[in-house]
Design a protein around this ligand. Structure first.
Ligand code: NAD
Length: 378
């Protein structure tokens, strides 16, 4: 009997994704694993129970799926008490939101589970295909533009019609990481005139190569190149003041603003104030993709579309889940790429070497203890 991999139905409200698809089930089985999928796990991501069964998985209730499982897959972290029955030392492989869900991490340790947080995957070439943050952010950036278009009472492209001309929408993307780049590309495809900004100087060329205009703070130095690991840090007060001035002069002319700025382990930076929103034209739309991390936009509310000064501020939660089928397909492949890369043929299961950079980054708990350096404040 091969290693048993359990695929759970997500219990978090508003979570429509699933951590395995028929495709990845088939691939795991080809490696020699036994797959057990909780009934209905894929229903909201367009994967029917029958599709899992046809791929070779057992489909059953949660207790049966968890019984003696070696590896548990999830999109988000389950309640520790909801995963009873797995083997001692079983791996839990999911997006575990470790800083926010710190109490759960203690729960996994107490339950004897080895929790592996996929969002802590290091940004190294070898791990690119395992990176859930990238795969999900890319879809968020795309969906943010569609969400903006849906709320906007006007068209994106310039149109010359017999009844007269409609001018192109002006879209401004703030934060040009994975989500921002996809937002630029998507807004351009819809026909908007796009500009974008970031604190990392390496993004200037990326913005321009997508045919958008780079709008940067010039008088105060930003972050050289990519920044550490591709991530931004909190900026100096001097930089923030210069950035606020830049935004004030630019934003009043924009119809659509998409904000994506994040700082790992800290609240999202505030980029747009209520006073700046008041200078925008009525009917403009702002989408704040950072709303669940504290928000880039003053007045944005997680899970709501609010109106301030005639401007709509869109704050959808869990944007990747709004494209559940593709988001699941990519998420599931990230998990498969990770587990198959560490597959040990003799052991018939994946093995994580203690000294591996990936192991050290993602392993949160082991042997009943929290072992992750980032969580232990190192
Ligand atoms: P992120 O989600 O952490 O942040 C989004 C963007 O917001 C970043 O570009 C960041 O610089 C920007 N930002 C932060 N504070 C800001 C502020 N005050 N004002 C304006 N912008 C601000 O970033 P991300 O999307 O995860 O990607 C960051 C980088 O990492 C990218 O260059 C990406 O290509 C790289 N990356 C590398 C790998 C890999 O090598 N395996 C994987 C994923 C991403």
């Amino acid at each position: 009997m091969g290693v048993k991999i359990a695929v759970l139905k997500e219990m978090t409200a508003g979570e429509s994704r699933v951590s395995a698809t028929a495709e990845t089930v088939k691939k795991f089985i080809a490696l020699g694993a036994e797959l057990a999928v909780e009934s209905g796990a894929g229903a909201t991501a367009s994967v029917a129970d029958q599709a899992y069964a046809d791929a070779g998985a057992t489909v059953a209730d949660r207790a049966t799926v968890l019984a003696n499982a070696d590896i548990i897959l999830g999109v988000q972290g389950p309640e520790p008490l909801s995963i009873n029955g797995a083997k001692p030392g079983a791996w839990l492989v999911a997006g575990l939101n470790p800083f926010v869900e710190r109490a759960r991490v203690d729960g996994y340790a107490a339950a004897g589970v080895e929790a592996l947080a996929m969002e802590f995957m290091p940004r190294i070439t070898r791990a690119q295909s395992m990176d859930i943050l990238s795969s999900q952010s890319n879809l968020s950036g795309y969906k943010a533009v569609l969400d903006a278009a849906a709320e906007y009472g006007r068209a994106f492209p310039m149109m010359m019609t017999a009844a007269g001309t409609i001018s192109a929408a002006r879209a401004f993307v703030m934060g040009v990481g994975v989500a921002g780049l996809q937002a630029i590309a998507t807004a351009r495809r819809l026909g908007a005139q796009v500009s974008a900004t970031d604190v990392r100087s390496a993004t200037r060329e990326q913005i321009e190569s997508l045919g958008a205009k780079a709008v940067f703070v010039e008088n105060v130095k930003g972050i050289e190149g990519e920044g550490s690991g591709g991530y931004a840090t909190e900026m100096s007060d001097e930089y923030k003041a210069a950035q606020a001035e830049l935004v004030s002069s630019h934003i009043a002319k924009q119809d659509i603003v998409i904000t994506t700025a994040l700082i790992p382990g800290r609240p999202a930076p505030r980029l747009i104030s209520d006073a700046q929103i008041a200078t925008m034209k009525p009917g403009s739309v702002i989408v704040d993709l950072a709303v669940e991390s504290g928000g880039n936009v003053e007045g944005a509310i997680a899970g709501e579309v609010v109106e301030r000064h005639g401007v709509k501020i869109v704050g959808h939660r869990n944007v990747p889940s709004r494209l559940a089928t593709d988001a699941s397909a990519l998420f599931a492949r990230n998990l498969y790429n990770f587990l198959s890369a560490f597959w040990d043929k003799e052991a018939g299961r994946p093995v994580l070497p203690d000294e591996d950079e990936i192991t050290q980054a993602i392993r949160l708990t082991q042997g009943g203890k929290v072992v992750n350096a980032r969580l232990l404040g190192a």
